[in-house]
Write a protein that binds this ligand. Structure first.
Ligand code: NAD
Length: 332
């Protein structure tokens, strides 16, 4: 063995989906995502091009999101996608994914981690990190647009991140709002359903829908608001009017994704925003960008979801599971 090289671990760590809700905390997800956003902005971590394919079977969309974080020593990918008939035909959720981690020194596989619950927590962590760094400290009212699966995780994480006093919500399908109101009740916050113009009362707004046309208009948003736009992660999707991004100071997880598959794609196409106007949130975390410029400024975080978020949180899960002695470890 060459000087300085240690014997590689001869083990594969497996943490299945069913164990993860008991292992992964919102706090650990927040820390992992905040750190990896900072590493991305410092040029020490990068995402690889995303592969996404219709496989011509079960109408499934399957793909890979990978990356390498040299600071955390985390290399890997999340594989999986969307199987639209799972719930109806098999009683399992439609989004299915698994994270694979590799030893960056040798390329040997290190861990297999269930990716479904992890995805919801890392997505909620991203908006929470943006709230911590960009919302006004005196923000009181949280506005929620969307009431589906992810919205509940988003609301719980936001309520843990900042001391809100009230939640207001709007959803295209109002029959889903009671589910969100129940989460607000669980976190001890009053909930009120509003029409879209009523969102002007919010100090922070999270959008998390699968919309392909803007619902929230620029005139629905008051000066000083922070928005975390989390639903738009594909070309063609859109949750907010492009003019809002023209008025706002825009931040993102990754600029290339923001302007191609994120909310910024539309403002860029309409000439209201250029790629150079979009700042990685990690730069604010690192202190190389000042973040919010004033109490009147609208800030907007375009969270498209990057592979490094998945890998960072999976790495935290593996470390916790191994430390607690509950991971399945098999020899390679
Ligand atoms: P879901 O199916 O559980 O909920 C969908 C939500 O969108 C509901 O509130 C529904 O009422 C609303 N909706 C549906 N059609 C709409 C329309 N035409 N206009 C406005 N609202 C509409 O889905 P989910 O799992 O909660 O995911 C929500 C979105 O978040 C999806 O677009 C998903 O791709 C995206 N997502 C993003 C990330 C990320 O990292 N940014 C991660 C996971 C999911």
């Amino acid at each position: 063995m060459a000087d300085g090289a240690s014997a590689p671990a001869n083990e594969l760590v497996i943490v299945p989906e069913g164990m993860i809700p008991d292992i992964l905390t919102r706090e650990a997800s927040f820390d992992a995502v905040e750190k990896v956003f900072a590493a991305m902005a410092a040029g020490e971590a990068r995402n690889f091009p995303v592969v996404r394919e219709a496989i011509g079977h079960e109408d499934a969309l399957y793909g890979f999101k990978g990356g390498f974080d040299a600071v955390g020593g985390v290399l890997g990918l999340k594989a999986g996608g969307y199987w639209p008939h799972n719930l109806d035909r098999r009683g399992i959720i439609n989004h299915q994914s698994t994270v694979f981690l590799f030893d960056p020194d040798t390329g040997r596989v290190k861990a297999l981690v269930g990716g479904n619950y992890l995805t919801a927590l890392r997505t909620a962590a991203a908006s929470s990190v943006s709230i911590r760094h960009l919302a006004r400290k005196d923000a009181k009212v949280l506005g929620m647009i969307g009431a589906g699966h992810q919205a509940k995780f988003q609301l719980r994480a936001a309520a843990e991140t900042h001391a809100f006093e009230k939640v207001i919500g709007w959803n295209l399908h109002p029959e889903m709002l009671p589910g969100l109101a129940e989460v607000a009740r669980e976190v001890g916050l009053p909930f009120e359903a509003v029409e879209l113009p009523g969102m002007s009362e919010a100090d922070v707004i999270i959008t998390i829908t699968s919309s392909f046309a803007p619902t929230l208009l620029a005139d629905h948003v008051s000066p000083g608001t922070h928005l975390a736009c989390m639903g738009t992660d594909t070309k063609g999707k859109q949750e907010v009017e492009a003019a809002l991004l023209g008025r706002a100071r825009v931040f993102c997880d990754e600029v290339a994704q923001s302007v191609s598959i994120g909310e910024a794609q539309h403002a860029v196409a309409e000439g209201l925003l250029s790629e150079g106007d979009v700042t990685q949130l990690g730069a604010v975390i690192n202190g190389t960008h000042g973040g919010r410029g004033s109490d009147e400024e609208i800030t907007l975080f375009d969270g498209t979801g990057v592979g490094l978020q998945d890998l960072a949180v999976a790495d935290a899960i593996v470390k916790t599971a191994v430390a607690q002695g509950i991971a399945t470890i098999v020899p390679l």
